[in-house]
Design a protein around this ligand. Sequence first.
Ligand SMILES: [Zn+2]
Length: 693
Amino acid sequence: MMSRFMPGRCLNGSLRQLLPLFCLLITSVLTLAADGASEAIRDDLTTEYAKQIIRHSKMAEMKGMLNTNIDPCNDFYSYACGNWHRHNPAQLFGNLMTDTFQLISKGFERRLQRLLQHGTMKSNLEEKLQSFYRSCLLGHSGEVEYYSGLHSIVNEYGELPLIKGESWQASEFSWWRIIAGIQQKYGKKIILAVDIMADIKNHTVNRIYLGPPDNQQTIYLSNTMEDSDTASDLQKYYSISSHMAKQTAKEMNDLKRNLSTGGFQGTSLEDDLTLYTVSELQEKYAEYLNISEFLGIILGPDNVPEEIYIYSESSLNNTLQALKATPTTTIANYVLWQLMTEFRIDVPVNKIQTWCTERTKTIFGKLAEHILYERYRSPEAEAEVHSMWQQIRDTFRKELAGDKLDWMMNKTRQLAIEKLDNMQLKINAYDNENFETLYGNFTVDRSDYVRNVQHVLMAEAKRRLQRLHNPPASLEATDVLSFTPAYNILENCITIPVALLQPRYFWDKNYPQALKYATLGNLLAHEMTHGFDDEGHKYDANGNLAPWWDNKSRYEFEERRKCFQAQYHSYKYGGSRLPESIEQSENIADNAGVKLAYKAYLRWLEQQPPAILEQETMAGLELTNRQLFFVSYAQLWCDDVQSLFKTSVATVDNHAPGMYRVIGSLSNFQEFSWVFNCSQQAPMDPEFKCSIY
Ligand SMILES: [Zn+2]
């Protein structure tokens, strides 16, 4: 089944918004030279010959993307990425979009699939993971057991009106009691979500947050396609007539679409967060549900606090009104069908291996990443990431302490340095997780997929509710974080997913440093900047919501932000201009990221003996080390997008489309045009440049 929505995309209105400030698109796959090389030369990578092949292979991959018929000073994106689409084409019935991070995520999944299929497991926990995967593969063949398993899960909450027909009793169905029960038991959030997280204003206490679930706001290309997919699934599971399946699918999906339209009003999460007492809410929402009882079902009656945060109140109101206008039978069908999606195996047999790999990764999240990372972990790569981080942080610290950023008042600059010094970098290897406690108490049965999913979900749900009694922490989003670095604003911490450190994508010890600074270094610098952008400057060095900028500096920041707003709005994509959004965080981070990474690279260069310079160019590419940096940076953002899909990309994502991540940031960076000897008339070197950091 074609994937119609885009996982991994930052969506407004979600509590998760506080976490992955650097979401990237992830859809699906094609091979890259780097990955092919890893197969061919796995045997001995230490010989001089192997080292040469590694470098040569990277060079060939980079060269393959270049379109040297285009003048880099005219359009650097088309120069650096002009041939990307030939190697990685987007397809209308396949990957609507291809990009570098998708290649990385697919590389990671292929690795995981190999491990699950043929790997030697080293512990009971690892065996559980493998057994889970196998139970998923077998899900189809044991049909009777599989279907009866599914129905027993759902029947705990009643039967679908869809199959019960006239005899279904609407009066016995209470949607909010059912969704509360499901969240309590399985952690699955349907219609409403209750989260436990540190208070954003004061990290010493936990708070309950109530709002719409993250996945409620997805993007669909076509309602008709989505309805017909659901209809055929319904028919498959409940031998019903095609007419009835179509009708029910449309009703359920209409409800889903109505639920997702409430929208997020503020420009940032805290603008859309209100603290209420539960008794206020009890009264406010009395005609829809009993809030106190609802929270009691999920948290336990003794754990209902006096006050909770409501987030995206407008969405919540929209949700409640949408429900009021919907027949109970539709709500019941929708809720129970949503529950079933967690346990269903919905994939053609020829794609089952990939699907089960993804599923294993989703279900076991951190454990899957931890186990796989152990297989390719390189202390050398980790050390280098940390030292690159030091270089970048020092570079920014110097800028803050110098006179270049004198539009910031001294006191605010001092606080910025403190925040910077307090910022942490974490590679998400999950070394300190207690997986044994989490997964140790149940067995994984190779012949019972549904039961296995049930066990894992229950264990996870229990662990999440346990957060109430644990020291306050911010939310985790392993599913999103897996392939994208992130800045966690509440912890003032940058996290690097282990997938990015797979050999020979961004890192190999034989690659020129220019490449590593342009990719990993740039990503670190981008994330770091989020601590100091329009959102970041409201959170202090400890991640508490406590604005620390003086008014003058904020005013100056705002003036500079408007420059980006106008610049990016002047760009056209898929026939229309990029939105004139006041959300400029991503563009600010892109612009500062590449500058800081480049300066850090130059500082690194200065510290090297001259002989190292030879390693900083690549035979076969007529580029200086500095040019290599910029090409590598631009190629990070190569993508191919189906034209039909371009408007959604431009309007929904806070990140500019790949081409403007390159053109926007480099045309604002004077050093770039010096490095490529651009004339003063060149489009990549406009006279007027936007800049914040
Ligand atoms: Zn970002």
